[in-house]
Design a binder for this molecule. Structure first.
Ligand code: E4P
Length: 219
């Protein structure tokens, strides 16, 4: 499974990339505006920095609602770096734009996917990635991971090359479930990556080994 980090925070991306496990980054207008406010940097400068830090697809989202505007934004964003991937919402206009953007050789991550039909439309439009939002479905008492499971079956049935990014991850169990299903990618918030390392028995184990080793240090 590939690991993306779901943030635009440059400090978090730096820390996560130092682990050597990062395959990409996903941002959205909320995450990017947060980083712009935090650093005072321009949005495109933040994106450029991220593209330099991580060798993999860096999702940057369009904000136009009609396809021509989306395509124009995609062209501009793709000038930032080769690894920019354009995040496009799943709407009729978004679908029209996706084909045009992909035909220009630019990656598309079709976002805000909440149903199998939407995933199917995105794959047929040639999206490079789709992002089903699991946590937001869980929030309204639907089992988000069931959607990922169904999408994986449909994509396998038809050999779609579109990769599934499990998004809106809220806790480490979401990552486990995504991995058991065989999802291609999880895009994980920094706090959740941090929690994935933790196990009390690991901490106790290290403590005991060090204590035992200390006993024989003067021998
Ligand atoms: C995905 O690409 C989105 O940026 C993200 O996962 C949304 O997650 P949220 O529901 O926690 O905002």
């Amino acid at each position: 499974m590939k690991f993306f980090i779901d943030t635009a925070n440059l400090d978090e991306i730096k820390q996560a990339s130092e682990l050597g496990l990062l395959d990409g980054v996903t941002t959205n207008p909320t995450l990017l505006s947060r980083e712009v406010e935090r650093t005072g940097m321009k949005p495109n400068d933040v994106l450029k920095k991220i593209c330099e830090m991580v060798n993999g697809p860096i999702s940057a989202e369009v904000v136009s609602l009609e396809s021509d505007g989306m395509v124009k934004e995609a062209e501009k964003l793709s000038e930032i770096a080769k690894n920019i991937c354009i995040k496009v919402p799943i709407t009729k206009e978004g679908i029209k734009a996706t084909r045009k953007i992909v035909d220009k050789g630019i990656m598309v991550n079709m976002t805000l996917i909440f149903s199998v039909n939407q995933a199917l439309l995105a794959a047929k439009a040639g999206a490079t990635f789709i992002s089903p939002f699991i946590g937001r479905l869980d929030d309204i008492a639907h089992i988000g991971m069931d959607l990922v499971e169904d999408i994986m079956v449909v994509f396998e049935n038809y050999n779609f090359s579109t990769e599934v990014i499990v998004a809106s991850i809220r806790h480490p169990l979401h990552v486990v479930e995504a991995a058991l299903i065989g999802a291609d990618i999880s895009t994980i918030p920094f706090t959740v990556i941090d929690k994935m390392f933790k196990h009390p028995l690991t901490d106790i184990g290290i403590e005991r080994f060090l204590a035992d080793w200390k006993k024989v240090q003067n021998k």
